[in-house]
Design a protein around this ligand. Structure first.
Ligand SMILES: Cc1cc2nc3c(=O)[nH]c(=O)nc-3n(C[C@H](O)[C@H](O)[C@H](O)COP(=O)(O)OP(=O)(O)OC[C@H]3O[C@@H](n4cnc5c(N)ncnc54)[C@H](O)[C@@H]3O)c2cc1C
Length: 418
């Protein structure tokens, strides 16, 4: 029996690709509920919405890939149930697929608002190509845009809306933008940067309700302070929830995602989970974590392929997943890159020039470097990834030395004897 992968996103596609790279010669079937070729999500809130840019499809792999690698892609059909005893997956079209190994790569879905008016026309989410197509079509005619949530996607969209000339307001109930993922110093810098772009970023102010205009479309967003903001286009970016119900209904352990071990195996050894839907142990997290990033989706998929091949007695060695997390976000002219996992309580050191929008924030825990956030300094980001992935641990004391740069530190690490 072959391998079935549920989910045709970044993690699902990479799992199939890596299984072939690792020498798996059996049948591979990907069950993908979205239509069309699997595509990249990151550009949907960035280049795809930039004024004057054509909205081009952004496939993860070309059509030829599936033929060349002999990978069966079932498009536009969802998996509806897993029968672990019979080792089968039921599909919405009535078919049943047998599997030897099953990989769950079901990703996440957007959280939705439950407030009055949340379902009015003109209020959008941003996760799928279909969502981005609607926004791409709506932006040129929009005047007053309100974004709910100052997370990565909300702020990327806000910068795009502002670049289209829209009056753009962002409502965020927390006191800082991107507060879950960034250090306070970086969050505060971005609050100022968005204000300089002309975005009205309202912190510590949530959404109370939406009001409709004459034609039944959204016309205003009323915040928790009672303020009313005119709105003809609204984007809700308040985070995501893992798609773990298939796993839960099949009796697998779930808790904010599908629980897997360090080799990405669920509580059933015949089933693995990877990407946004997986909740896994990571040494840098000091426990379990669920990450939503391209790096995590692709690296976990590679590890999962090795786990499967090693269990089948192949050449591959099953490796514990402990890869360095990294992430990026482009908000107007600002390219933010992060390496490692920053904690709001980390001790920080700023290098570079925040006023010129070229700087890095180094995070230290117990005196050692644990994460680096960079703005418009891709060289610093790459150096930080090398430093954090290596075994030598940079101290705050070393980073404070006159003339210290991340690039030089990474270079000297590379040339140091093993
Ligand atoms: C607008 C946007 C911008 C982003 N920008 C960045 C960025 O700049 N940098 C970054 O690192 N990350 C970014 N991300 C996050 C990144 O795209 C995700 O972390 C990554 O796509 C996760 O891959 P995945 O395969 O785990 O999940 P997904 O890409 O969500 O793929 C899962 C797929 O499985 C399908 N599926 C679910 N259930 C079933 C079922 N029962 N049957 C069949 N199919 C099913 C889903 O419909 C989906 O197509 C962004 C995400 C979005 C939405």
């Amino acid at each position: 029996m072959g391998i079935v992968i549920i989910g045709g996103g970044q993690a699902g596609l990479q799992s199939a690709d890596s299984l072939r790279t690792e020498g798996y010669a059996g049948e591979i079937t990907i069950v993908a509920d979205e239509p069309g070729l699997p595509y990249q999500r990151p550009p949907l809130s960035k280049d795809y919405l930039t004024p004057g840019k054509e909205a081009l499809p952004l496939p993860l792999r070309g059509e030829a890939f599936f033929n060349d690698k002999d990978i069966k892609l079932l498009r536009g059909v969802s998996a509806t149930a897993i029968n672990r005893q019979a080792r089968t997956v039921a599909l919405a079209d009535g078919t049943t697929l047998p599997y030897g190994q099953l990989i769950l790569a079901t990703g996440t879905r957007n959280r939705t608002l439950g407030c009055t008016g949340a379902g009015l026309p003109g209020i959008h989410g941003l996760r799928t190509l279909a969502d981005a197509e609607e926004l791409h079509a709506a932006l040129p005619a929009a005047r007053n845009v309100v974004v709910i949530g100052a997370g990565f996607i909300g702020l990327e969209f806000a910068a795009a809306a502002r670049a289209h000339g829209c009056n753009t307001t962002v409502l965020e109930f927390a006191p800082r933008p991107m507060g879950r993922a960034l250090t306070p110093v970086m969050g505060d810098w971005f609050a100022g940067a968005h204000a300089r772009l002309g975005i009205d970023l309202r912190l510590s102010e949530g959404i109370d309700r939406f009001e409709a205009g004459e034609h039944g479309r959204v016309a205003a967003a009323v915040s928790t302070t009672g303020e009313s903001y005119p709105a003809d286009l609204v984007v809700v970016g308040i985070g995501v929830l893992p798609n773990d119900s298939l796993a839960l209904e099949a009796g697998l352990q779930t808790e904010d995602g599908i629980l897997v071990d360090a080799r990405l195996r669920t509580s059933d050894p015949g089933i693995l989970a990877v990407g946004d839907c997986a909740n896994f142990p990571h040494p840098l997290a000091g426990g379990r974590i669920r990450l939503e990033s391209v790096q995590n989706a692709t690296d976990q998929a590679r590890h999962a392929a090795r786990t499967i091949m090693a269990a089948a007695g192949g050449q591959a060695e099953a490796t514990v997943y402990a890869d360095l997390p990294w992430f990026w976000s482009t908000q107007g002219p600002y390219r933010l890159q992060m390496a490692g996992l920053a904690h709001p309580q980390d001790d920080t050191l700023v290098l570079g020039d925040p006023a010129a929008a070229k700087f890095s924030v180094l995070c230290f825990r117990d005196g050692f470097l644990t994460a680096v956030e960079s703005v418009n300094l891709p060289g610093d980001h790459l150096a930080a990834r090398k430093l954090l992935a290596g075994s030598a641990r940079l101290t705050r004391h070393e980073a404070e030395t006159e003339g210290f740069t991340l690039k030089a530190a990474a270079k000297s690490l590379a040339s140091a004897p093993a």
